[in-house]
Design a protein around this ligand. Structure first.
Ligand code: GLA
Length: 744
C-alpha cells in the first residue's frame, strides 16, 4: 500500500467517523510549581478570527500603538469585531486584560467583549463605545480547559469596531497555553443543515455532521417509512413517497454529555430548485455596461452554441439595470439600456426556451449605487412578477452587518416573492459573511446563497486578503459547507470564470488576468463536485471550442445536476494534492483529483476500497470520456499542474454486490380481520424484521421473525388496537428492504 493509500484511509476515518482532538478537562494538579506568564501577543494569533484586516501583536488593528482613552499600552492584541481568539488553556490559572476600543477610531465604534470558560460566559463587558475608559478583567480560569476571547458587534454595524485586549496576560504553571482554531473546540455539536428537502419517491441522502470528541454515539429515532440510518457514515437515506414534513429526533453522546436536536425532512413536489441552477449572468463580463440588445444577443448564442440544450437556462441581469421609481414607488429599468422594458425582454427569452433573472439589494441602494428594494419588497416583487421574472439575486450592500437584520430583510423579500403569484427562485447574496448556510433556507426561504465575496478571473490569490477570491480560494471556503447543501438549498461560490480569459471588467480586479483552459476545466469540475450553480459570465458571442468543450461536457454537468444533491467532501489532502468525493443518485460516486502545484505533475494512486465502496465499480474519466479501469484494481494517474482529473464510479450490476433498498418483491402483506399478515419466501436462514408505521411515518409495530424459511408460514399480528387508516408495512431482510402500503 502506498503512502497515499495509507493516508487516504486515515483521512476517511477522520471524515466519516468525525473524530477530533481528545481533551482532558481534569487538569488540576496537587503540587504547586512556579507561576509563569504568557502575553496574549506572544501566541499564534493566526488561528483566531478578526472582522477586518488581521489581528496585530502589540499594535491596534490599524497598526498604531495600543491606546484606550488616552492610555497607551506596550503589550496586547489589536483586533476587530466580530472576532475570536480561542485558547486551549493547558491548565492555566488566570487571565487578566484591559479592554476597550482603540483611540484610532476617534471615539467611534461600539463592541462587546465576552469571555467564555468552556461553554459558559465568565465575563461580559456590556456595550463599550469609543473614548470610554478601559475596563479591567481578572479571571480565575483554572476550571476551564478552553477560553474564548470574543469581541462582538454591538450596534448592528462593525464600522470602527477596533477592539483592544491590552496587556492581556495568562498565568500558568507547567504547560504553555496555546491558540487553537474555534473549529477545533471539542464539544459535541451538529454542524449541518436542519432541513433536508427532497422530492417524493426520489432517493434522498441527509448527511449529519457530528462534531466533537470521539467516541460519539449517534442515536436516531422516529425514522419515517422508507428512511434508514447508516451509522457508519451518519447518513439518513432512502425515499419517502408522501409529501409532508417529517421530524427526526437525533441525539449524540460523548464524554461531555448528550446533545439532542430534531431535524426535518421536507418532502414536496414544489421544490423550486431541486438541482443547482445553470445559466449566464451579466456582471463579471459587463458590470453595468448592459443593454437589452446585448442580453438578447447572448440569449441567441445560448441557443445556437448548445448551452441551452445542455441545461444552461437562466439568463440573469445583474446590477445597474435600474432606472427610477415613479410616484407609486414602482421601479422602471434604465430607459437607455432597456428601451423596450424588461417585460419585452422576458418575453423574448421565454420564447426561445430560457428564463430571466434580475437583481436587487436589501437596502436603499445596491452595491453599484442603484435603487435597492428595502421597504419596497412587495411592490418590487409584484413588478418582477408582472414582467415575467423567474429568478432574483438579492444583494446585501449598504445593509447592517448583523445576522438578525439579514435574516429579516431576506425573509421580507422571500415572502413578497412567494405572495407575488409567480414562482421566482430566490438567491441570497450576502457573501457568506453571516453564515447564510445556517439560516437562508430555513428562515429566509432562499434556494441558494453566496458563500464568498466576488470571484476574480484567476487560479488563486496568495495575497493574504480574505476578500480576494480566485478559484482555489472559493473552493477552500467550501470545506465543511457540504453538510449544508442539498436539493433546494445550494452553496454558491459565485460565477464560474470559464471563458473570460481576463476580459471581464470586475472579474479582472486585484491583478486577476485570466486562467488557462486547464484551469477553467478545473473550475467546471470542482463547481460540479461541490454542487455549485453552474453560472457563467463571459462574452458568449466569442465562445471558442475549448470553452464549449468545458461547458458542454454532459457527463460533468450530470455530476452537478445529480438529483441526490450531495455536495463533495474533501476526503484527502497532502500538500498540493486533494481528493474530493460525492455520492450519486444511482449508488455511484464522483471523485476529483486536484493538483494545486503551479508547475509539477503529480502521480496519484488510490486503493478504491478506501473510499467505502462495496461491490464492483467501473471507473470512467469524464474528461477523456472513456473507461479507465474498475474498482477491482488500484488506480494510478498523472495529474498536471492546476488540473482536475474527474472520475465517475458506476456500480457494475453484480449479483454479489450489496443491494441496499432493493425491492424484495417476493413478499406481500395484507390485513384480514384486524390482523396484519405477511407472506414471505425467505431465501435462507436469517432474521426478518417487520415494521408497521402510520401514514406520518410513526412506528406502531416492530417484530423480528426467524422462521419464514423453515415453515414458509404467514406471520400474523393482531392490530385491532390500531385506528383505521393508511399504514406502511416494511420488510427488512439481510441487506434488502421493501415497503408496501396497507389499509386498516
Ligand atoms: C456585489 C455582488 C456581485 C455583483 C455586484 C453588483 O459585489 O457580490 O456579484 O452582483 O455586487 O453591484
Amino acid at each position: 500500500m502506498s503512502k497515499f493509500n495509507l493516508r487516504i484511509s486515515f483521512v476517511i476515518i477522520l471524515t466519516f467517523c468525525f473524530s477530533a482532538l481528545r481533551v482532558n478537562l481534569m487538569h488540576a494538579s496537587t503540587t504547586k510549581s512556579a507561576i509563569n506568564q504568557l502575553y496574549l501577543d506572544e501566541m499564534d494569533l493566526t488561528k483566531g478570527t478578526c472582522g477586518w484586516k488581521t489581528m496585530r501583536s502589540k499594535l491596534s488593528v490599524g497598526g498604531n500603538p495600543i491606546k484606550i482613552a488616552t492610555v497607551t499600552y506596550a503589550r496586547g492584541v489589536g483586533t476587530h469585531a466580530p472576532g475570536e481568539i480561542t485558547i486551549k488553556t493547558n491548565g492555566a490559572s488566570r487571565f487578566t486584560s484591559k479592554i476597550g476600543i482603540d483611540d484610532e477610531t476617534n471615539g467611534n465604534g461600539t463592541v462587546e467583549f465576552i469571555v467564555y470558560g468552556n461553554q459558559t460566559i465568565i465575563y461580559q463587558s456590556g456595550i463599550m463605545r469609543g473614548n470610554a475608559a478601559a475596563k479591567s478583567i481578572d479571571l480565575d480560569i483554572s476550571a476551564y480547559a478552553y477560553l474564548r476571547l470574543i469581541v462582538t458587534i454591538a450596534d448592528g454595524s462593525n464600522n470602527n469596531d477596533h477592539a483592544d485586549w491590552a496587556d492581556a496576560l495568562l498565568e500558568y504553571e507547567t504547560v504553555k497555553p496555546v491558540c487553537i482554531k474555534a473549529a477545533e473546540l471539542p464539544w459535541t455539536e451538529f454542524r449541518n443543515k436542519t432541513v433536508h428537502y427532497a422530492l417524493p419517491n426520489k432517493n434522498l441522502q441527509f448527511r449529519l455532521n457530528v462534531y466533537g470528541v470521539q467516541p460519539i454515539t449517534v442515536n436516531v429515532t422516529n425514522l419515517p417509512v422508507g428512511i434508514e440510518f447508516d451509522s457508519k457514515r451518519n447518513i439518513l437515506y432512502g425515499k419517502i413517497s408522501q409529501e409532508g414534513v417529517y421530524n427526526i429526533p437525533v441525539s449524540a453522546t460523548n464524554i461531555y454529555g448528550t446533545i439532542e436536536k430534531t431535524f426535518k425532512i421536507e418532502i414536496s413536489n414544489k421544490l423550486k430548485m431541486p438541482t443547482p441552477p445553470m445559466g449566464w449572468m451579466t456582471w463579471n463580463i459587463y458590470r453595468g455596461e448592459i443593454s437589452e440588445t446585448k442580453i438578447k444577443q447572448t440569449a441567441d448564442v445560448m441557443v445556437s452554441s448548445g448551452m441551452r440544450d445542455a441545461g444552461y437556462n437562466y439568463i440573469i441581469i445583474d446590477d445597474l439595470w435600474q432606472g427610477t421609481r415613479d410616484a407609486s414607488g414602482k421601479i422602471s429599468p434604465n430607459a437607455t439600456k432597456f428601451p423596450s422594458g424588461i417585460k419585452a425582454l422576458a418575453d423574448y427569452v421565454h420564447a426561445i426556451g430560457l428564463k430571466l433573472g434580475i437583481y436587487s439589494d436589501a437596502a436603499d441602494n445596491t452595491c453599484g449605487g442603484a435603487v435597492g428594494s428595502l421597504n419596497k419588497e412587495v411592490i418590487d416583487a409584484q413588478t418582477y412578477a408582472s414582467w415575467g421574472i423567474d429568478y432574483l439575486k438579492y444583494d446585501y450592500c449598504n445593509a447592517p452587518a448583523d445576522q438578525a437584520t439579514a435574516i429579516n430583510r431576506y425573509k421580507a423579500m422571500a415572502d413578497a416573492l412567494n405572495n407575488s403569484g409567480r414562482d421566482m427562485v430566490f438567491a441570497a447574496c450576502e457573501w457568506g459573511d453571516r453564515n447564510p448556510w445556517e439560516w437562508a433556507a430555513e428562515k429566509s426561504n432562499a434556494q441558494l446563497w453566496r458563500t464568498t465575496w466576488d470571484i476574480r478571473d484567476t487560479w488563486e490569490f496568495n495575497d493574504g486578503d480574505k476578500n480576494h477570491y480566485g478559484i482555489m480560494n472559493s473552493l477552500d471556503r467550501h470545506i465543511g459547507l457540504e453538510y449544508y447543501a442539498g436539493p433546494n438549498r445550494w452553496n454558491d461560490p459565485d460565477m464560474m470564470v470559464v471563458g473570460l480569459y481576463g476580459t471581464g471588467i470586475p472579474s479582472n480586479a486585484f491583478g486577476a488576468n485570466g486562467c488557462t483552459d486547464r484551469e477553467y476545466q478545473a473550475n467546471m469540475s470542482l463547481w460540479a463536485m461541490i454542487a455549485a450553480p453552474l453560472i457563467t459570465s463571459f462574452e458568449l458571442k466569442t465562445i471558442n471550442d475549448a470553452t464549449k468543450d468545458i461547458l458542454l461536457n454532459k457527463e460533468v454537468i450530470a455530476i452537478n445536476q445529480d438529483t441526490l444533491g450531495d455536495a463533495a467532501t474533501r476526503i484527502f489532502k497532502d500538500g498540493d494534492i486533494e481528493v474530493w468525493a460525492r455520492d450519486l443518485y444511482d449508488g455511484g460516486k464522483a471523485v476529483a483529483f486536484l493538483n494545486r502545484n503551479n508547475t509539477v505533475t503529480k502521480n496519484i494512486s488510490v486503493n478504491w476500497s478506501n473510499l467505502f465502496i462495496e461491490g464492483s465499480y467501473d471507473i470512467r474519466d469524464l474528461w477523456k470520456h472513456q473507461l479507465v479501469g474498475t474498482s477491482n484494481t488500484s488506480f494510478n494517474t498523472n495529474v498536471l499542474a492546476h488540473e482536475v482529473v474527474l472520475l465517475k464510479l458506476s456500480k457494475v450490476d453484480n449479483a454479489n454486490a450489496v443491494q441496499l433498498l432493493k425491492k424484495t418483491d417476493n413478499w406481500n402483506c395484507f390485513v384480514q380481520d384486524k390482523h396484519l399478515k405477511i407472506n414471505y419466501s425467505q431465501p435462507e436462514n436469517g432474521i426478518v424484521e417487520i415494521m408497521l408505521a402510520d401514514s406520518y411515518g410513526k412506528q406502531v409495530l416492530l417484530k423480528s421473525i426467524t422462521n419464514f424459511l423453515s415453515d414458509k408460514i404467514t406471520a400474523d399480528f393482531d392490530v385491532s388496537n390500531l385506528p383505521s387508516g393508511v399504514y406502511f408495512c416494511r420488510l427488512k431482510y439481510a441487506n434488502r428492504i421493501s415497503t408496501k402500503k396497507v389499509i386498516l
